[in-house]
Design a protein around this ligand. Structure first.
Ligand code: GTP
Ligand code: MG
Length: 338
């Protein structure tokens, strides 16, 4: 099989060719240099999709909820893209197969595109790759793009950075709810969903979330944008407080109970972002963060390309033995650029 020509794949993707889209996604996932011109060619065709991050504990029902939301959007005639970031945790290794089964009803629908991506071992973290895959779906004309990720540390912050709207799932019946609801979650959530509301304790979790929202100042949204460039070029009020109080919805995915309210909340948030000027501010923050991310990666790549492996190894040895401080080592490597 000859290597696919990424520009041809980009052209065919725009024309609605699903196979081209899938193959281009593989090129992007492999972080191949060849993806860059294709991504650049598609970039002017992006910016239409509503990007929706869905995060929560393993097994909270993220895939089930996305499945229901996708069906609801299909009934409204909108095209839906779904990216599931495979959990890195060995405990939920069966998730991909589970997702396939759960989302099977959507599988034959040309208005739906589902892709699982591996987060394991991806260079530069999942953030860049996910962002690029989202762009491909956006350019291909999917109007709602869901990104599912297990709620764990950096992955969660990354998703909130990538998405316009972040949905955080909680479930009742996990014991001490105050222990279960993680600190920092209020800062990244635009919409809360208490899923498995058929179980006891859903109202209590919802009530707890409401009281956490009462205390929230919105201040910490800043954690979403750790970028020197953003700090320099984006006005401080781009970071929040938001002026949007996250609604707390309750759902049962097996009966689709409450799913309509989540769709309404998603649409309201999308409208809110436009009406308040937040969307433009967020796009600027995202652009600054993204450019800086690429810049960092590229800088490291170039420095490493210039230095000999033996030299780098020797520098690392010296730092490890406390013969040289890490700043001086970095300086020595940076000097290779000039
Ligand atoms: N009782 C009940 N069970 C649910 C509900 N929604 C999902 N489940 C079940 O919860 C389990 C996990 O659902 P998934 O949708 O795979 O959850 P997930 O968050 O995507 O899981 P991972 O991707 O592995 O983190 C499945 O057995 C679902 O059938 C619900 O509303 N009520
Ligand atoms: Mg899942």
């Amino acid at each position: 099989v000859p290597a696919p020509d990424p520009s041809a794949l980009a052209r065919d993707t725009l024309a609605g060719d699903r196979r081209a889209l899938a193959r281009l996604m593989t090129v992007v996932e492999n972080r191949s240099e060849a993806a860059r011109p294709a991504l650049a060619a598609l970039f002017p065709h992006t910016g239409r999709a509503h990007i929706i991050g869905v995060t929560g504990a393993p097994g909270a029902g993220k895939s089930s909820l996305i499945n229901e939301l996708a069906k609801a959007y299909r009934r409204r005639g909108l095209r839906v893209g779904i990216l599931a970031v495979d959990p890195t945790s060995p405990f939920s290794g069966g998730a991909i197969l589970g997702d396939r089964v759960r989302m099977q009803e959507l599988a034959g629908d040309a208005g739906v595109f589902i892709r699982s991506m591996a987060s394991r071992g991806s260079v530069g973290g999942i953030a860049e790759t996910t962002g690029d895959l989202v762009k491909l779906l956006d350019a291909a004309g999917f109007e709602r793009v869901f990104v599912e990720t297990v709620g764990a540390g950096q992955a969660e912050v990354d998703i909130a950075r990538t998405a316009h709207t972040t949905v955080v799932l909680e479930v009742p019946g996990m014991g001490d709810d105050i222990q279960v609801i993680k600190a920092g979650i209020v800062e990244i959530a635009d919409i809360f969903v208490v899923n498995k509301a058929d179980r006891e304790g859903a109202d209590a979790v919802a009530g707890l979330l409401e009281s956490m929202l009462d205390l929230n100042t919105g201040e910490a949204r800043r954690v979403l944008q750790e970028s020197c460039l953003a700090d320099m070029v984006c006005p401080p009020d781009s970071y929040g407080p938001d002026g949007w109080r996250p609604p707390v919805c309750q759902t049962v995915t097996s009966t689709a109970q409450g799913v309509g309210a989540v769709v309404e909340a998603l649409e309201m948030h999308w409208e809110y972002l436009d009406r308040s000027g937040r969307r433009v501010a967020r796009e600027r923050l995202r652009a600054a963060t993204e450019v800086e991310g690429i810049l960092r990666q590229e800088l490291v790549r170039r420095v490493v390309a210039r230095a000999a492996l033996a030299d780098m190894s020797a520098l690392v040895d010296r730092v490890a033995r406390r013969q040289m401080d890490p700043y001086s080592a970095a300086e020595a490597l940076l000097a290779r650029l000039s």
